[in-house]
Design a protein around this ligand. Structure first.
Ligand code: C2E
Ligand code: MG
Ligand code: MG
Length: 403
């Protein structure tokens, strides 16, 4: 973090936030007018933070967001407003739609502790945001991704999922990573869109499922029952041979299909619904579990949800993360839990970032939790030490009895 810019028409707020920023050891520069800010706006915005008030005369926060988007800014943006939180959420969505790197949105007054937490989040080396930022700017070439698939450079990280009522570790979600020879570890946002664009998702998913099943089988052989979830994409659910290929693979590993969950996002169901329905129904008939991922962000109708034999509903993390500070997010989480249960599905909340969220989810009767508060996605070795450390808090649900 090189510098923090504070833009607010209220001079007292500018002074207070500048003081907080300096106390936290960062350089601050304040503006009571966004026009002046753009006069000094640096060309390289990679390591800067902008704290932006939405309600300002002359140029308001929404206009600033638009100007930042025009300049293709990659600054870290924190929105602040005296309005109610729904205005902040809408501004946040707008910033997301413009591909801006929005860190959080805060209602006034802003406390020192909160700011400290946010700055830690931005500069903390362990956060994914940071990992993605330090990657080089050169766009990744298609040939590199092809090489990665041939050269087996893909890796899986596993994120724990726990039963909220009992605390048992009931499974892990496998998330793809790319161990790039020069750039280091890359996250799905660098992999999936490109693989989708160039029709490589069939190959990628096959490798991911293969790795996940192989790993889960290894755990079983050691006596650990750890069901695994993998994400599949639209291309997989339009390939009519996918269920058979998958069954072959499971047979080859002598893998119980009920220990594998396939996650499909709502938006992926938008394409050829009849084919997807055909494929998903066959997968379910073969004993696999089906999960609807990122629920609440797409456009699936209730009848669609009823028609496809989903066994699990994953409430999108944008709602879960905000449920304790935003009544609307709380309302959506509540409704999703009720809907999932009404349709006889297990409900998973992802993005559980605090103990407070976990407690509220328990009170709402949500079944399973996944999120940074419980554990981040980890490689197999890290996961093992996480399990050892948390064996009392999150004991294994079942041990496989070997004969
Ligand atoms: P997803 O399936 O919804 O996975 C959850 C994402 O949220 C993961 O990001 C995970 O690291 C992150 N996450 C988990 N808990 C928290 C939390 O408490 N707070 C926050 N802020 N984030 C949390 P990741 O690994 O970057 O994956 C992003 C998306 O990429 C996934 O979203 C999934 O849609 C896609 N993806 C990942 N692996 C695969 C894959 O093998 N195949 C396909 N088709 N898609 C994949
Ligand atoms: Mg998922
Ligand atoms: Mg999700």
């Amino acid at each position: 973090m090189d510098k923090v810019y504070i833009i607010d028409d209220d001079i007292q707020i500018v002074e207070l936030l500048s003081q907080f920023t300096s106390m936290l050891g960062y350089k601050a520069e304040g503006f009571t007018n966004a026009v002046e800010f753009f006069e000094v706006y640096p060309e390289d915005s990679q390591n800067i933070v902008i704290m932006l008030d939405l309600n300002m005369p002359t140029m308001d926060g929404i206009e600033v967001i638009r100007q930042l988007a025009v300049r293709k800014s990659n600054a870290s943006l924190i929105l602040i407003s005296g309005y109610d939180s729904s205005v902040l959420r809408s501004a946040e969505k707008l910033a997301h739609a413009h591909n801006l790197n929005i860190i959080d949105s805060l209602t006034k007054p802003v406390s020192f502790e909160l700011l400290e937490l946010l700055f830690e989040k931005i500069s903390g080396s362990e956060t994914p945001q940071f990992a993605q930022k330090v990657e080089s700017q050169r766009p990744i070439q298609l040939s590199e991704l092809r090489d990665a698939l041939i050269g087996r450079q893909l890796r899986l990280h596993y994120q724990p999922q726990v039963d909220i009522k009992t605390g048992h570790l009931v499974g892990v979600e496998a998330l793809v990573r790319w161990q790039h020879p020069e750039r280091g570890l890359l996250y799905p946002n660098h992999i999936i869109p490109m693989a989708e664009e160039f029709g490589l998702m069939g190959d990628l998913t096959a490798q991911v499922i293969n790795m996940a099943v192989t790993q889960s089988r290894l755990w079983q052989d050691e006596g650990l029952c750890l069901p695994v979830s993998v994400n599949i994409s639209a291309e997989n659910i339009t390939s009519l041979t996918f269920p058979e290929q998958l069954t072959e693979l499971l047979k080859a590993h002598q893998f119980d299909p009920s220990l594998l969950t396939l996650e499909v996002t709502e938006s992926e169901l938008m394409g050829d619904l009849i084919t997807s329905l055909d494929i998903l129904t066959r997968l379910r008939m073969k004993g696999l579990d089906l999960s609807i991922d990122d629920f609440g962000t797409g456009y699936s109708s209730l009848s669609q949800l009823h028609r496809i034999p989903f066994t699990e509903l994953k409430v999108d993390m944008s709602f879960v993360m905000n449920m304790c500070k935003d009544d609307e997010a709380m309302g959506i989480v509540k409704t999703c839990i009720m809907l999932g249960h009404e349709l006889k599905m297990k409900v998973v909340a992802e993005g559980v970032e605090s103990g407070e969220i976990l407690q509220r989810l328990e009170a709402l009767g949500c079944d399973i939790a996944q999120g940074y508060h419980i554990g981040r996605p980890m490689d197999v070795i890290q996961l093992r030490s996480w399990m050892n450390k948390n064996s009392e808090l999150y004991p294994l649900y079942a041990e496989v009895v070997s004969d």
